[in-house]
Every structure is written in C-alpha cells, then in structure tokens.
Design a protein around this ligand. Structure first.
Ligand code: DLL
Length: 410
C-alpha cells in the first residue's frame, strides 16, 4: 500500500534524524528541526552525483562497517565510481522490491527466469536474481553476453521470463531469428531497463521474442533496479512509494513541478539503512502522474523515461534527445532499433547530426533513409542525415548501448 501523508511525514522525520546522527555530510547541511508538512521537503538540499564522488568510497554510509554486507558500484564514463552499500535488511528490502517487479507479470514458482543482466558490481544481475529467488522461480544466472548460449538456454531450459537491457534484448531477438528458434521458445514476459528505450523498440523486442515487455527503472545511487516498474497497462512505471519518495523538478531552477509537468526526477530512499540518500538529482527526465491507473495500484506513476538531462544534444542550437530520434526513426517500417547518432562539426563549422541505423533485411536503403530524414524534419524541425546500413553493420552491446558518438572538438 502507498503510505498515507502522515505516515510519509513520519518516515521523512525518522530519516532526517537518522542521517543527521550518522552521516557528517548530511549533519552539516540539513536544516534543523522536524518537518511539519511534506511541502517542506523542498527545503531539504539536493544530493548529486558529485556528492557521491566527493565522499567516495564510504563517506555517505550511515551504519558502521560491520553491518554492511554488500556493496555495488557503477562506474559511469568519467570520474570516481558511485558506491552503494547494503545491510542485511537492505538486501531484504531490495529483494522485496525486485519480487514486486517480477510480480508485475505474475512471476511465480512455475517460471524459469533467464537473467541476462550482468552479474558483478552492476546492480542488475544480483537484483533480479534475488527477486526471482524470493518468488520461488527457477533462476538461470546466464549474466550478459555469449549470445548463442543464451539462445540455447532459452530454448533447452524453457525460459519463460527474460531480464536484460533492451539493447541486448534486440541482439537476442536477432540471434533467435538467425537460428530460426522462435517457435521453440516459451518466453512470455521480459523486464528491460538500465537505459532509455522507445515504444518502437518495445514493439521490435515483443515481436522478435514473442513476449510482453515491461519497463523497469532504478539506479545504483538508490540501490539498483526496483524503484519502479510498469504494470500490464504499460502507461508509465509505478514507483514503490513505500520505499522511495519521488519528485519532479525543473532541471535548471530545481523548483518542484506539478504532476503532469516534465522535468528531472528527484528520489529519496525512505528506508535504506547503509546508504540512505535524500533528494537525489537523478538527471533522468520524466513526468509524475498522479491520476489513478486502471490497474488499481496505489502507487503513482512516472512516464517512460525520456533520457537524461545530461544526454541532451545541442545541435545547431536545437535541443535533441537520442530517445526522440529513436522513436521517430523506428516509425519508419523496415528500420531496426540498432542505431547510433554521430555528431560532427566540419562543413563550415556547423554541427551535423548523422543517424546511422540498420535496415531489417534487404531493402531500398536510400529510400528508407530519405523517409526517415523527412520524418525527423517534420517532427522536430531538424535537418539530419540518415544513413541506412545493412543488418549487422553497427556494434552490438551486451549491457547498456553507446548511442552517441560525438566527434566535435568542443
Ligand atoms: O541501470 C540499474 C538497473 C538495472 C535498472 C537493471 C534497470 C534494470 P545504473 O547503472 O546506476 O543503474 O544506471 C542508472 O540508467 O539514472 C537512468 O539514466 C538509466 N536507466 C535505468 N533504468 C532505466 C529505464 C541501473 N527503465 C541510470 N529507462 C539511470 C531509462 C533508465 N533509463
């Protein structure tokens, strides 16, 4: 059940007391006193990735080292990694959230969960593993990669649920097609997240693997996957509000936005013991929806994430998000979800954006490219070059895909 306002306020105050007593970083910056209404949450200072880096590795931990039983890390592309810790209770809470995630597709003891998220420092592998075990499903910990073996396992062991990044799901779909294995599969649902993906990509994955695709969101700073998941209506992700307090703010001013307005997601972990985090600026763009969902869940939704504020490309002064281009290009019949955006600045020192995208099969690639260019121009008013490549021409990813190649020397 989603907590009532009074209960939430109690949790906030308990959290504030706890971190003031245990984490010098929070003690020094939090306002004194207790909150008397949730409206005062916006007076609590934000926490950022830079704060995690500045307190690397254990500076933000709120329990003595003896109580920490696990850490996970995310490296990102630059700088010090983010470290997050778990007590035994944290692992329990996390596996409870992950069981709920998998429960969105009714996962149970009869299911065979093929977990192709990476095991290791990345939170994806272990998170899904614990959730599936908690539900009593059979877990196959394939981890990511070794694509041919994934297909073999899927077929021979009768996997019913697949968990991996959406870009890797596409790679698996291609492999299934290559091997003509589709009719031997028992897959019925998949949980895909860890990177932005569009509705067009969902359609390709569902078609290629014969399953219902659920979007799942989370991040290392908040303990990994399991912040929220779609229900079978697929109209946004329900945030587990008994564990996480979501807000959407204006990315520039930090001002809280009303439900329905698009901005940056800010998250607070209400219960984590080892690594609590208050008002974390996720840099992820979404909309908070406070209308009830027809599934009857008490938890509010965030709309499918639209990319990160720091992924925004500025091309000739226009703001463009890779996921926008992805959805537009995928509306062109015959193009696949394997794409890359290449930005360069050569001709008369103007930025150029080239979309490299693969065709599904033999096709008139020039004609497809022209159609995609037209559609991008009509939708966002930006002139781009679309180069359509034969199937298999672009690099494949086993985890998060690298979508943007920036060749500008800025
Ligand atoms: O990606 C945790 C995770 C694992 C989520 C497995 C879902 C499934 P990080 O490596 O710390 O953690 O990356 C977190 O990935 O801030 C988003 O930018 C992005 N991201 C995660 N889930 C989604 C999603 C894991 N469903 C960062 N849609 C986040 C869009 C997502 N972006």
């Amino acid at each position: 059940m989603a907590p009532a306002q009074g209960e939430l306020l109690g949790r906030w105050n308990e959290l504030l007391d706890r971190v003031r007593a245990t984490v010098p970083f929070y003690r020094d910056r939090l306002p004194a006193g207790r909150l008397t209404s949730l409206a005062q949450v916006s007076d609590v200072p934000f926490t950022t990735k830079e704060d995690f880096r500045a307190n690397y590795p254990f500076g933000l931990f709120a329990v003595p080292a003896e109580q920490v039983v696990r850490v996970h890390m995310s490296s990102g592309t630059t700088g010090r990694p983010v470290v997050t810790g778990y007590t035994r209770t944290d692992l329990e809470l996390w596996s409870e959230c992950m069981a709920r995630v998998l429960g969105a597709a009714g996962t149970g003891t009869a299911d065979v969960v093929q977990n192709a998220y990476g095991y290791g420092l990345f939170t994806g592998g272990f998170g899904f593993h614990m959730g599936a075990e908690r539900l009593g499903a059979l877990v196959i910990p394939t981890s990511s990669g070794v694509t041919q073996r994934q297909v073999m396992v899927m077929r021979d062991l009768g996997s019913t649920i697949l968990t991996c990044t959406p870009s890797y799901a596409l790679v698996l779909a291609e492999a299934v097609e290559r091997e003509g294995a589709a009719s031997d599969l028992r897959l019925r649902a998949g949980f895909f997240g860890a990177e932005p993906w569009s509705e067009g990509m969902r359609a390709q994955i569902e078609r290629g693997l014969g399953l219902e695709a659920f979007d799942i969101y989370g991040l290392t700073e908040l303990g990994g996957p399991g912040v929220g998941v779609e229900c079978t209506h697929h109209e946004g992700l329900h945030v587990f509000e008994d564990h996480f307090y979501p807000e959407v703010v204006d990315p520039e001013s930090g001002r809280p936005l009303a439900p329905g307005e698009e901005g940056e997601l800010v998250l607070t972990s209400l219960r984590r013991e080892a690594s609590p985090v208050l008002r974390y600026r996720t840099r992820d763009r979404t909309v908070l929806v406070d209308k009830p969902c027809s599934c009857g869940s008490p938890f509010r939704r965030i709309l499918k994430l639209r990319g990160r504020t720091d992924d925004m490309l500025v091309v000739r002064g226009e703001n463009v998000f890779p996921s926008q281009i992805e959805s537009i290009v995928l509306e062109v019949e015959g193009l696949s979800g394997n794409y890359q955006l290449v930005i360069d600045r050569q001709v008369r020192r103007l930025d150029s954006l080239e979309v490299r995208v693969e065709a599904h099969a033999e096709a008139d690639r020039e004609e497809l490219g022209r159609r995609a260019e037209e559609r991008v121009r009509d939708t966002i008013g930006l002139g781009v070059r679309v180069t359509v490549l034969p199937p298999g021409a672009l690099p494949r990813s086993e985890g998060k895909a690298r979508r943007v190649v920036d060749l500008r020397e800025l």
